[in-house]
Design a protein around this ligand. Structure first.
Ligand code: ABN
Length: 177
């Protein structure tokens, strides 16, 4: 080993000594901790957690139409059998089925209050096709050859109860501003 350090070693040593003079150890650890904590939190921000209260929902007076029909406003981008005709509701799966973890998201205009809502079209999985109230509106989606903008998919594969598709809900997940 040579006695004299390489220029790179010398430069790194000088920078480390310089930093040690300016920054206290506690301050340095605190700053590194703050950086790690904030960057770890970033990817979680857009994720809705099941246990939290949901977004504002329109009340009965401002939620016009029949959820068992395809014309109901929340179904503007539905593609599938309506869960409200299959023993569930517009926002809940029928007994024995579970929400798909992956979902199609669209924006629909509520004529009752004039707001646009972000709607999550989760499939309900774990039973064979319901077969009632087929609804294919496809507003603003694209054909399957544009895969990232197409809604004509079974979102059940990968869910805990298996890949069988039963029906589709239309849950409000937010107000579009
Ligand atoms: N997302 C409803 C669906 C299920 C199976 C096939 C096409 C569409």
């Amino acid at each position: 080993m040579p006695d004299t350090p390489s220029p790179i070693d010398a430069l790194v040593e000088r920078m480390a000594r310089d930093m040690a003079r300016r920054v206290s150890r506690r301050g340095f650890i605190g700053r590194v901790g703050a950086l790690l904590f904030s960057t770890a939190g970033l990817p979680l921000l857009p994720v809705a957690r099941g246990g939290q209260p949901g977004p504002a929902q329109p009340d009965a007076a401002t939620d016009p139409g029949d959820p068992q029909t395809c014309e109901y406003w929340r179904h503007c981008a539905t593609d599938g059998f309506l869960c409200s005709c299959c023993g569930g509701s517009v926002h809940s799966c029928p007994p024995g089925t579970e929400f798909s973890a992956v979902t199609w998201v669209g924006t629909c205009h509520n004529p009752g209050d004039g707001h646009d809502y972000i709607i999550s079209y989760n499939d309900c999985c774990g039973e064979s096709e319901c077969g009632r109230c087929l609804c294919s509106r496809h507003e603003d989606d694209k054909p399957l050859y544009v895969p990232f903008k197409a809604n004509d998919y079974n979102w059940c594969p990968g869910s805990k109860v298996g890949g069988a598709y039963h029906c589709t809900v239309a849950r409000i997940v937010g107000v579009a501003k």
